[in-house]
Design a protein around this ligand. Structure first.
Ligand code: YOG
Length: 134
């Protein structure tokens, strides 16, 4: 059975989100608000087609892609930097490389038990998030 990330997920832990946001150049006031949020992710997966909607009371971000097909990402409402993104499978992990102005930018999703894990990378910073099913 292939892995299925579909579901509604609520943020449970968020390690070094501050370092990740600083690396992205997010200003102090925005970081202060962002740190307080408990974002949810609604993920719809149909084979290699993904819809990932990250929502919060402050901002939301929608990403749709197909694994193996490079696309332009605008990061609207996040750092607003455009990049070229490519998501691939590494075994059961979903790995995104975001090529652009920021070095070493990307993320990895995987499931552990019934938890959704997300590692967010930018430059030398790694943010580790764990989500629980809603
Ligand atoms: O997820 O790319 O699931 O897109 C990362 C926030 C905070 C806005 C969220 C809003 C980075 C202010 C998306 C938080 C900090 C701070 C809820 C992570 C930038 C700005 C949207 C992400 C992938 C993988 C799918």
């Amino acid at each position: 059975m292939p892995v299925d990330f579909s579901g509604t997920w609520i943020l449970f832990s968020n390690d070094n989100f501050e370092g990740y946001m600083v690396a992205l150049g997010i200003d102090f006031a925005t970081r202060k608000i962002a740190k307080m949020l408990k974002p949810q992710k609604v993920i719809k997966q149909d084979g290699d087609s993904f819809y990932i909607h990250t929502t919060s009371t402050f901002r939301d971000y929608l990403l749709q892609f197909k694994v193996g097909e490079e696309f332009e990402e605008d990061n609207k409402g996040l750092d607003n930097r455009k990049c070229k993104s490519l998501v691939t499978w590494e075994n059961d992990r979903l790995v995104c490389i975001q090529t652009g102005e920021k070095k070493n930018r990307g993320w990895t999703h995987w499931l552990e038990g019934d938890d959704l894990h997300l590692e967010l990378r930018c430059e030398n910073q790694v943010c580790k998030q764990v989500f629980k099913r809603a």
